[in-house]
Ligand binder design. Structure first.
Ligand SMILES: Nc1ncnc2c1ncn2[C@@H]1O[C@H](COP(=O)(O)OP(=O)(O)OP(=O)(O)O)[C@@H](O)[C@H]1O
Ligand SMILES: [Mg+2]
Length: 258
Protein backbone atom coordinates (compact mmCIF):
# COMPACT_ATOMS: atom_id res chain seq x y z
CA UNK A 1 0.00 0.00 0.00
CA UNK A 2 1.42 3.39 -0.98
CA UNK A 3 1.48 5.93 1.84
CA UNK A 4 0.80 9.62 1.20
CA UNK A 5 4.38 10.49 2.19
CA UNK A 6 5.71 7.70 -0.01
CA UNK A 7 3.81 9.07 -2.98
CA UNK A 8 5.05 12.60 -2.28
CA UNK A 9 8.62 11.34 -2.08
CA UNK A 10 8.14 9.56 -5.40
CA UNK A 11 6.91 12.76 -7.07
CA UNK A 12 9.90 14.64 -5.65
CA UNK A 13 12.30 11.97 -6.92
CA UNK A 14 10.76 12.39 -10.37
CA UNK A 15 11.21 16.18 -10.13
CA UNK A 16 7.43 16.77 -10.16
CA UNK A 17 7.60 19.40 -7.42
CA UNK A 18 4.42 21.28 -8.29
CA UNK A 19 2.46 18.02 -8.41
CA UNK A 20 3.96 17.12 -5.04
CA UNK A 21 2.89 20.44 -3.53
CA UNK A 22 -0.65 20.12 -4.93
CA UNK A 23 -1.13 16.41 -4.26
CA UNK A 24 -2.98 16.85 -0.98
CA UNK A 25 -5.57 19.31 -2.26
CA UNK A 26 -6.07 17.41 -5.52
CA UNK A 27 -6.58 14.09 -3.75
CA UNK A 28 -9.15 15.71 -1.51
CA UNK A 29 -10.96 17.29 -4.43
CA UNK A 30 -10.90 14.08 -6.45
CA UNK A 31 -12.47 12.18 -3.53
CA UNK A 32 -15.12 14.84 -2.96
CA UNK A 33 -16.05 15.23 -6.63
CA UNK A 34 -15.66 11.53 -7.43
CA UNK A 35 -13.37 12.35 -10.32
CA UNK A 36 -12.05 9.65 -12.61
CA UNK A 37 -8.44 8.52 -12.22
CA UNK A 38 -7.66 10.00 -15.63
CA UNK A 39 -9.15 13.42 -14.75
CA UNK A 40 -7.28 13.49 -11.44
CA UNK A 41 -3.98 12.69 -13.11
CA UNK A 42 -4.56 15.09 -16.01
CA UNK A 43 -5.33 17.99 -13.63
CA UNK A 44 -2.25 17.37 -11.54
CA UNK A 45 0.06 17.01 -14.57
CA UNK A 46 -1.42 20.12 -16.20
CA UNK A 47 -0.58 22.16 -13.09
CA UNK A 48 2.98 20.79 -13.23
CA UNK A 49 3.27 21.64 -16.94
CA UNK A 50 1.91 25.19 -16.50
CA UNK A 51 4.35 26.00 -13.71
CA UNK A 52 7.27 24.57 -15.70
CA UNK A 53 6.31 26.56 -18.79
CA UNK A 54 6.12 29.80 -16.80
CA UNK A 55 9.42 29.05 -15.05
CA UNK A 56 11.05 28.37 -18.42
CA UNK A 57 9.77 31.67 -19.78
CA UNK A 58 11.04 33.62 -16.77
CA UNK A 59 14.45 31.93 -17.16
CA UNK A 60 14.59 32.81 -20.87
CA UNK A 61 13.62 36.43 -20.07
CA UNK A 62 16.45 36.65 -17.51
CA UNK A 63 18.94 35.10 -19.92
CA UNK A 64 17.97 37.54 -22.69
CA UNK A 65 19.33 40.45 -20.58
CA UNK A 66 16.67 42.90 -21.73
CA UNK A 67 17.20 46.49 -20.53
CA UNK A 68 13.42 46.86 -20.04
CA UNK A 69 10.27 44.91 -20.81
CA UNK A 70 8.18 46.22 -23.69
CA UNK A 71 5.37 44.56 -25.60
CA UNK A 72 3.80 45.02 -28.98
CA UNK A 73 0.49 45.68 -27.23
CA UNK A 74 2.06 48.73 -25.48
CA UNK A 75 3.18 50.22 -28.79
CA UNK A 76 1.01 53.02 -30.13
CA UNK A 77 1.14 52.41 -33.87
CA UNK A 78 -1.08 55.42 -34.53
CA UNK A 79 1.73 57.63 -33.22
CA UNK A 80 4.11 56.35 -35.95
CA UNK A 81 2.13 56.33 -39.22
CA UNK A 82 5.25 55.47 -41.28
CA UNK A 83 5.25 51.98 -39.74
CA UNK A 84 3.34 49.46 -41.84
CA UNK A 85 1.04 47.54 -39.47
CA UNK A 86 1.03 44.56 -41.80
CA UNK A 87 4.80 44.32 -41.56
CA UNK A 88 4.63 44.31 -37.75
CA UNK A 89 1.87 41.68 -37.80
CA UNK A 90 3.98 39.56 -40.16
CA UNK A 91 6.98 39.84 -37.82
CA UNK A 92 4.74 38.89 -34.90
CA UNK A 93 4.13 35.51 -36.55
CA UNK A 94 7.89 34.88 -35.99
CA UNK A 95 8.26 33.40 -39.45
CA UNK A 96 11.46 35.46 -39.75
CA UNK A 97 13.00 33.32 -36.99
CA UNK A 98 12.12 30.19 -38.85
CA UNK A 99 13.74 31.57 -42.04
CA UNK A 100 16.86 32.86 -40.21
CA UNK A 101 15.96 36.24 -41.61
CA UNK A 102 16.98 39.57 -40.03
CA UNK A 103 15.02 42.66 -39.01
CA UNK A 104 16.54 46.12 -39.12
CA UNK A 105 14.87 49.12 -37.50
CA UNK A 106 16.22 52.43 -38.77
CA UNK A 107 15.26 55.88 -37.53
CA UNK A 108 16.07 58.87 -35.36
CA UNK A 109 16.07 58.82 -31.52
CA UNK A 110 12.92 57.95 -29.62
CA UNK A 111 10.81 56.53 -32.45
CA UNK A 112 10.49 53.08 -30.89
CA UNK A 113 13.32 51.02 -32.41
CA UNK A 114 14.38 49.48 -29.10
CA UNK A 115 10.76 49.10 -27.98
CA UNK A 116 9.81 47.11 -31.09
CA UNK A 117 12.99 45.01 -30.89
CA UNK A 118 12.27 44.06 -27.28
CA UNK A 119 8.61 43.43 -28.08
CA UNK A 120 9.65 40.94 -30.78
CA UNK A 121 12.06 39.33 -28.32
CA UNK A 122 9.17 38.91 -25.86
CA UNK A 123 7.09 37.26 -28.60
CA UNK A 124 9.99 34.93 -29.41
CA UNK A 125 10.60 34.05 -25.74
CA UNK A 126 6.88 33.39 -25.27
CA UNK A 127 7.03 30.97 -28.19
CA UNK A 128 9.86 29.06 -26.52
CA UNK A 129 12.83 30.51 -28.42
CA UNK A 130 15.99 31.85 -26.80
CA UNK A 131 17.16 35.42 -27.32
CA UNK A 132 19.93 37.78 -26.24
CA UNK A 133 20.01 41.58 -26.20
CA UNK A 134 23.18 43.65 -26.43
CA UNK A 135 24.15 47.12 -27.65
CA UNK A 136 26.59 47.29 -30.55
CA UNK A 137 29.04 49.09 -28.29
CA UNK A 138 28.91 46.46 -25.51
CA UNK A 139 29.10 43.64 -28.03
CA UNK A 140 32.26 44.92 -29.65
CA UNK A 141 33.86 45.87 -26.31
CA UNK A 142 33.12 42.38 -24.95
CA UNK A 143 34.49 40.60 -28.01
CA UNK A 144 37.58 42.84 -27.92
CA UNK A 145 38.28 41.87 -24.29
CA UNK A 146 37.64 38.22 -25.10
CA UNK A 147 40.11 38.32 -28.01
CA UNK A 148 42.81 39.71 -25.71
CA UNK A 149 42.12 37.06 -23.06
CA UNK A 150 41.90 34.10 -25.45
CA UNK A 151 38.24 33.58 -24.58
CA UNK A 152 36.89 34.39 -28.01
CA UNK A 153 35.18 31.04 -28.62
CA UNK A 154 33.29 31.13 -25.34
CA UNK A 155 32.10 34.70 -25.83
CA UNK A 156 31.21 34.11 -29.48
CA UNK A 157 28.97 31.24 -28.32
CA UNK A 158 26.99 33.71 -26.17
CA UNK A 159 26.12 35.68 -29.30
CA UNK A 160 25.80 32.75 -31.71
CA UNK A 161 23.73 30.27 -29.73
CA UNK A 162 20.50 32.24 -29.11
CA UNK A 163 17.87 31.83 -31.79
CA UNK A 164 17.49 35.62 -31.86
CA UNK A 165 20.19 38.23 -31.21
CA UNK A 166 19.32 41.92 -30.82
CA UNK A 167 22.12 44.38 -31.57
CA UNK A 168 20.86 47.76 -30.42
CA UNK A 169 22.17 51.25 -31.16
CA UNK A 170 24.41 50.54 -34.10
CA UNK A 171 25.84 53.85 -35.25
CA UNK A 172 25.65 56.07 -32.18
CA UNK A 173 29.32 55.36 -31.50
CA UNK A 174 31.66 54.72 -34.42
CA UNK A 175 33.65 51.48 -34.22
CA UNK A 176 37.44 51.44 -34.43
CA UNK A 177 39.24 49.12 -36.88
CA UNK A 178 39.39 46.20 -34.43
CA UNK A 179 35.74 46.73 -33.45
CA UNK A 180 34.62 46.76 -37.09
CA UNK A 181 36.48 43.50 -37.77
CA UNK A 182 34.93 41.83 -34.70
CA UNK A 183 31.50 43.07 -35.72
CA UNK A 184 31.98 41.65 -39.20
CA UNK A 185 33.15 38.32 -37.74
CA UNK A 186 29.99 38.03 -35.66
CA UNK A 187 27.60 38.97 -38.48
CA UNK A 188 29.40 36.59 -40.78
CA UNK A 189 29.19 33.74 -38.23
CA UNK A 190 25.45 34.27 -37.63
CA UNK A 191 24.70 34.64 -41.33
CA UNK A 192 22.03 32.09 -42.36
CA UNK A 193 22.36 30.47 -38.92
CA UNK A 194 20.22 32.69 -36.71
CA UNK A 195 18.21 35.88 -36.90
CA UNK A 196 19.51 39.28 -35.88
CA UNK A 197 17.40 42.30 -35.02
CA UNK A 198 19.47 45.42 -35.40
CA UNK A 199 18.58 49.03 -34.64
CA UNK A 200 20.39 52.05 -36.01
CA UNK A 201 19.99 55.79 -36.23
CA UNK A 202 22.12 55.76 -39.40
CA UNK A 203 20.93 54.98 -42.91
CA UNK A 204 22.77 52.20 -44.75
CA UNK A 205 24.66 54.80 -46.78
CA UNK A 206 26.27 56.06 -43.57
CA UNK A 207 27.55 52.66 -42.45
CA UNK A 208 30.92 53.23 -44.13
CA UNK A 209 31.62 55.89 -41.53
CA UNK A 210 30.09 53.87 -38.66
CA UNK A 211 32.36 50.93 -39.46
CA UNK A 212 35.23 53.17 -40.62
CA UNK A 213 35.80 51.03 -43.68
CA UNK A 214 33.78 50.84 -46.90
CA UNK A 215 34.83 47.26 -47.70
CA UNK A 216 33.78 45.93 -44.28
CA UNK A 217 30.54 47.95 -44.39
CA UNK A 218 29.65 46.43 -47.76
CA UNK A 219 30.44 42.91 -46.56
CA UNK A 220 28.40 43.39 -43.36
CA UNK A 221 25.40 44.84 -45.18
CA UNK A 222 25.59 42.16 -47.88
CA UNK A 223 25.14 39.41 -45.27
CA UNK A 224 22.75 41.28 -43.01
CA UNK A 225 20.39 42.33 -45.80
CA UNK A 226 20.41 39.11 -47.86
CA UNK A 227 17.39 37.76 -45.94
CA UNK A 228 15.89 40.71 -44.10
CA UNK A 229 13.11 43.19 -43.44
CA UNK A 230 14.01 46.85 -43.01
CA UNK A 231 11.59 49.05 -41.10
CA UNK A 232 12.38 52.68 -41.64
CA UNK A 233 10.67 54.81 -39.02
CA UNK A 234 10.50 58.46 -39.92
CA UNK A 235 8.60 60.16 -37.17
CA UNK A 236 8.62 62.19 -34.02
CA UNK A 237 10.32 61.04 -30.84
CA UNK A 238 7.90 59.49 -28.38
CA UNK A 239 10.15 60.75 -25.59
CA UNK A 240 9.68 64.33 -26.82
CA UNK A 241 5.94 63.84 -27.06
CA UNK A 242 5.84 62.71 -23.44
CA UNK A 243 7.97 65.63 -22.28
CA UNK A 244 5.84 68.06 -24.25
CA UNK A 245 2.72 66.60 -22.71
CA UNK A 246 4.26 67.12 -19.27
CA UNK A 247 5.03 70.74 -20.25
CA UNK A 248 8.77 70.19 -19.87
CA UNK A 249 9.90 71.60 -23.22
CA UNK A 250 11.10 75.16 -23.69
CA UNK A 251 9.18 77.03 -26.44
CA UNK A 252 12.06 76.62 -28.94
CA UNK A 253 12.40 72.87 -28.22
CA UNK A 254 8.65 72.46 -28.60
CA UNK A 255 8.75 74.26 -31.95
CA UNK A 256 11.59 72.00 -33.20
CA UNK A 257 9.70 68.91 -32.09
CA UNK A 258 6.45 69.85 -33.82
N1 LIG B 1 4.74 54.40 -30.57
C1 LIG B 1 5.03 54.20 -29.26
N2 LIG B 1 4.07 53.80 -28.40
C2 LIG B 1 4.34 53.64 -27.07
N3 LIG B 1 5.55 53.85 -26.52
C3 LIG B 1 6.56 54.25 -27.33
C4 LIG B 1 6.35 54.43 -28.73
N4 LIG B 1 7.52 54.81 -29.29
C5 LIG B 1 8.40 54.85 -28.30
N5 LIG B 1 7.85 54.53 -27.11
C6 LIG B 1 8.49 54.55 -25.79
O1 LIG B 1 9.36 55.68 -25.79
C7 LIG B 1 10.63 55.37 -25.25
C8 LIG B 1 11.70 55.54 -26.33
O2 LIG B 1 11.53 54.55 -27.33
P1 LIG B 1 12.73 53.63 -27.80
O3 LIG B 1 13.69 53.44 -26.69
O4 LIG B 1 12.19 52.40 -28.44
O5 LIG B 1 13.35 54.59 -28.90
P2 LIG B 1 14.57 54.32 -29.91
O6 LIG B 1 14.04 54.47 -31.29
O7 LIG B 1 15.23 53.05 -29.54
O8 LIG B 1 15.49 55.57 -29.58
P3 LIG B 1 17.10 55.68 -29.51
O9 LIG B 1 17.59 55.74 -30.92
O10 LIG B 1 17.32 56.98 -28.79
O11 LIG B 1 17.61 54.51 -28.75
C9 LIG B 1 10.52 53.94 -24.75
O12 LIG B 1 10.16 53.98 -23.38
C10 LIG B 1 9.39 53.34 -25.56
O13 LIG B 1 8.71 52.32 -24.87
MG1 LIG C 1 16.98 52.64 -28.60
Amino acid sequence: MTTFDGLRALLTTLGLNEAEALLDSHLERAAKEERSYADFLADLMECEATVRKERGLQMRIRRARLPMVRRLSDFDLAFQPTIDRRQIRELQTLRFLHDQSNVIFLGPPGVGKTHLSIALVMEALGAGYSAYFVTAHDLVADLGRAAQQNRMDARMRVYLSPKLLVIDEMGYLPLDAVGATLFFQLISARYERGSVILTSNKSYGEWDSVLGDAVIATAVLDRLLHHSTTINIRGESYRLKERRKAGLLTPSQAEKAS
